[in-house]
Design a protein around this ligand. Sequence first.
Ligand code: ADP
Ligand code: MG
Length: 568
Amino acid sequence: MAGHEKQTLGFQAEVTQLLQLMIHSLYSNKEIFLRELISNASDAADKLRFEAMNNASLFENDSDLRIKVTFNKEARTITISDNGIGMSRDDAITHLGTIAKSGTKEFFGKLSGDQQKDAAMIGQFGVGFYSGFIVADKITVETRRAGSTEAVRWESAGAGDFSIEDIEKTSRGTDITLHLREGEEEFLSSWKLKSVIRTYSDHISLPILMQKEEWDEEKKEQVIKDEFETVNQASALWARSKSEITQEQYDEFYKHVSHDFQAPLTYTHNRVEGRSEYTQLLYIPARAPFDLWDRNKRGGIKLYVKRVFIMDDAEQLMPVYLRFVKGVIDSADLPLNVSREILQESRDIKFIREGSTKRVLGMLEELANADEQEKKDQYQTFWNEFGQVLKEGTGEDAGNKDRVAKLLRFSSTHNDSEAQTVSFADYLARAKEGQDKIYYVTAESFAAAKNSPHLEIFRKKGVEVLLLTDRVDEWMLSFLADFEGKELTSVAKGSLDLGSLEDEAEKKQHEQTQTDYVDLVGKMKTALEGKAKDVRVTFRLTDSPACLVADENELSGNLARMLKAAGQ
Ligand code: ADP
Ligand code: MG
């Protein structure tokens, strides 16, 4: 227990960087510190409830979880206190001295040093505990983990290091005390704190308590009583009826579950009855997280059973290609002691996953097919951020492949723009008379695709070709043979047959040319023996003298290059 001397430890370099940037860039939004600290207290309560399901003694006879917010005018402090899971000494050192987010290094690598630009980025990164330093020049954290007798005090002025020492603490959980900077007195007021809590933290399902205030006739001033009152609604937001929830409350709840700083793009909130009964509140973020491609990253769906938090990142609740979706699913059917193993087998979970997948696709279709420009723009934003992930759905989700295919957007020779804006439907609406195929070219970059010699004949004939340059495209194409009966055809493969797109005169002329060149072709075949499988006269080029094509059933040149690069 005792035996640890007071120690001073350095912050991870990124923490110091984050602190400096945050204090300057988020100053105009400074009251968000309270939201972040209350959000952490709420997470800590969820974690305790979850661990206590298998070990009720962790409650230590105090199972009424709550958050208290108090302040002291003379000492110029605000304290946020919870009776959640608490932190061990090691927890405090790692969680309050480093940034655990994956992608942190990359994020800081991208900062430009230009405060304005960096300020806009810091919000996307998410700020959390360290946001306390926007208003405080010193933060003291006293914490004891549930079930442990060891408690520690962590203290820092936010300037590169923190101290940690053993203390006595009888109450379980964490007290965070902010020593306010000069000029931040406005927060030393019940009225102000309550209004910030109602704005940003009303959705928190735990009661947030503050001391009552009363007018004292003799002193002629408000006096603070010992009695506490609940200042938020303290009911799970997703369990309330839609009509009682404002847009702001939906947005703030999103920020809480996603640890995002920006408002979401859109959401869907439903109570589902039938084979399985559950409530879903699902959001699409406006921006891809830095760790979208990190395979070890936490998923975005929190699972509750009858309002009791069960787990973060219940990956069985959403297919992998929808891993960007954030939110909450609250089941009325699952047992409270459900484990990850049970989830894998559960029929209820299967129904929930299918139902949620359909909801998410529906939400995207609503944006994609909308008449309003605003929604169309939102879909384009979504596509630019998450389109590459959605493409995985063509292979992962056979049952919804057609719906996913309709949501896909591509670059195309129609506008020769790198922006991916063209849908299969747009393409087909512009198709030539008699065109029964959807043509595409794959390449490593947009420039390479756009300048591909394979496109010459198509440009000449005015036939549109989709330009596919994302890494996932070749993989996607192996699952997507056609769209509404129109075969997806590479312009670089096999003996391209423009068939019905050629007129009679052209056909005659081509046949004549074939015969004229039989000799030359024969000589070239001999010369290239063992190097080329075949030599053919082609009509697909208009400017270039020759090009290489892959066989009908072979890997395309682009995929072969990719596999080689990956060491296959
Ligand atoms: P995030 O909430 O996104 O994980 P934060 O910076 O807000 O990031 O918090 C960092 C970590 O510190 C949390 O993940 C948690 O482990 C720990 N922590 C912060 N506040 C508390 C608290 N009140 N009780 C227990 N742990 C906490
Ligand atoms: Mg947090």
